[in-house]
Design a protein around this ligand. Structure first.
Ligand SMILES: Cc1cc2nc3c(=O)[nH]c(=O)nc-3n(C[C@H](O)[C@H](O)[C@H](O)COP(=O)(O)O)c2cc1C
Ligand code: SF4
Length: 523
């Protein structure tokens, strides 16, 4: 009987040599006359163990990792293909603590299936949500998504059902569904993992959205740095079309939906929804003023549903299992789960899907195992480059949109970037301003001019030039950016800056101290 061996084809695993590992598995199996079926699965999200190789045994899948190309001969020698013991052995994959303690709803299939096998997808409840949606009236689908409590996972946490309701209620001959897969936040990779590891779930989610609002054309705007995701999505779209899940007559329902992948323009601000629409229309990625809302006048001036990858990929399970099932996870007004992405200076970086309510400390310590450097963790930036820096006193607050908002922080897309005690928050705050100056689309003055002036002011603060007055000026500037910017790019840049100033003021003093010491040296 053929033995199934899994070697991930996710970008993280590929970057660590998974292709050569896969090749060596086949060469070594052939040399030993062992019949092997190689499956290129998605990643399980335990990135420090990549490439994580798995073997199907009678007891379940056994994991080995991180496996290098040079380990393959030894693994076969130890009969790993039969689940044999080896120093790289990690036991049954599903029993690995990091994975076992998660609540995987959106990521239920990622790492388990062959991403391009329709049979695998169908065997694990694939397209059940779409089948159900096709039996429902559009208003019922929108109602189900609204009742689930699902809120936008791209950053703004706007209720998905409400957005769909606006598009449904706007009469037009043409409507669109656009998936925002620009994933520009620092330390984030959840969208990529879905697109590479379970593309059909995104296709299904978008098709349900289309059926709900009456859209016939969809676009997936994918970050240009994600060639693997683009390739997998294009193949999956072809397979879905051949299977009757896309096209002019979805599953014989008479409803049409076509889907196309668009390579993004490589700018952070193109992830802002209206700049993204401009970019898809072939123009420069500049933010549009609102109103009108894209739900009323979006792509090519037509009513458009815009949702993040994770929002859309969460829809099939909501339709399949029901709003009540999904809503049962989470806390307060933050319902369901969020795939948190643990990155930066962390020992066990990776993807952790958990219900809202988990704390940063649990994620960093229980899952992450502390800093990679072994030094104390000092600051954590949550929610991308425009998120605040959280000091230890805030690590026990449950990850919940409202609880984070109450302390001036954001959950955003769930990106968590960890810094140890060698981090200089004055320099990181300066970098936030610099980032905004580089990425600003230039449409409004507070952001276009403010960010450039902000860098200059930060330089003066760090160099101890008239520091108290410059700090006052910085606060004033941040106030203007917060209240006067047209979009969250300029509007949120003050978050990391002010949080650094508030919680890590010693770093600003330290920067002064170093300057003084260096200065004294030269005198
Ligand atoms: C500067 C900037 C960058 C953004 N980048 C992204 C992004 O990469 N991906 C994303 O889904 N949303 C991004 N957003 C949020 C989108 O504007 C929008 O809120 C989101 O795509 C809506 O989908 P959701 O409701 O499902 O979250 C960004 C917003 C801003 C202001
Ligand atoms: S805040 Fe910045 S990115 Fe947003 S519209 Fe204004 S200039 Fe453009």
């Amino acid at each position: 009987m053929s033995i199934k061996i899994f070697v991930p084809q996710d970008s993280a695993a590929l970057a660590l040599g998974a292709d050569v590992v896969a090749e060596n598995v086949l060469i070594e199996a052939k040399r030993r006359g062992i019949d092997v079926t190689l499956v290129r699965n998605g990643s399980r999200g335990m990135l420090w163990l990549e490439p994580l190789v798995e073997v199907q045994t009678a007891d379940g899948r056994m994991a080995y990792g991180p496996v290098g190309p040079e380990d393959i001969a030894g693994l076969f020698e130890a009969n790993f293909h039969l689940g044999g013991a080896h120093t790289l052995g990690l036991g049954l994959t599903e029993e690995i603590d990091y994975l076992k303690r998660q609540e995987r709803l959106t990521f239920a299939r990622v790492g388990i299936t062959d991403p391009l096998s329709l049979a695998d997808y169908l065997a694990l409840s694939g397209f059940q949500g779409l089948h159900k949606a096709l039996t429902m009236a559009p208003t019922e689908i929108v109602q189900e998504v609204t009742e689930s409590g699902l809120r936008g996972r791209g950053g703004a946490a706007f209720p998905t059902g409400i957005k769909w309701k606006t598009v449904l209620g706007t009469a037009a001959a043409q409507k669109y569904v656009v998936c925002n897969a620009d994933e520009g936040d620092s330390g984030t990779f959840a969208d990529r993992m879905i697109m590479e590891g379970d593309p059909f779930v995104l296709i299904e989610g978008m098709t349900i959205a289309a059926v709900a609002v009456g859209a016939t054309q969809g676009y997936i705007y994918v970050r240009s740095e994600y060639p693997q995701a683009i390739s997998v999505l294009n193949k999956a779209i072809d397979i879905a079309r051949q299977g009757g899940y896309l096209g002019s007559d979805i599953l014989g329902s008479g409803k049409a939906f076509e889907l196309e992948v668009r390579k993004a323009a490589g700018s952070y601000v193109c992830g802002e929804e209206t700049a993204m629409l401009e970019s898809i229309e072939g123009k420069r990625g500049i933010v549009r003023s609102k109103p009108p809302l894209p739900a009323i006048s979006g792509l090519f001036g037509k009513p458009t549903v815009i949702n993040n990858v994770i929002s859309l990929a969460s829809v099939p399970i909501i339709l399949d299992r029901g709003a009540a099932f999904y809503k049962d996870y989470g806390m307060g007004r933050s319902r369901g789960t969020l795939p948190f992405q643990l990155a930066g200076n962390i020992r066990q970086g990776g993807l952790i899907e958990k219900a809202f309510g988990v704390t940063l400390r649990e994620l960093m310590v229980d899952y992450g195992g502390g800093s990679a450097s072994g030094r104390p963790i000092k600051a954590v930036q949550v929610g991308g480059p425009l998120g605040t820096y959280l000091p230890e006193s805030q690590w026990d607050t449950p990850l919940d949109y409202e609880a984070y908002m109450a302390m001036g922080a954001v959950v955003g897309h769930g990106g968590i970037v960890v810094h140890d005690d060698t981090a200089d928050l004055a320099k990181l705050a300066r970098y936030a301003m610099k980032f905004c100056a580089i990425e600003s689309c230039g449409k409004c003055t507070p952001c276009r001019i403010g960010a450039t002036r902000g860098v200059e002011v930060m330089d003066k603060i760090i160099a101890n030039q008239d520091r108290p007055a410059q700090i006052e000026l910085l606060r004033d500037l941040c106030d203007t950016m917060l209240n006067g910017s047209m979009c969250a790019m300029g509007g949120m840049t003050p978050y990391p800056v002010l949080s650094a100033l508030e919680h890590f003021s010693q770093d600003f003093a330290q920067a002064v101290h170093e300057e003084t010491v260096a200065g004294e040296h030269h005198v």
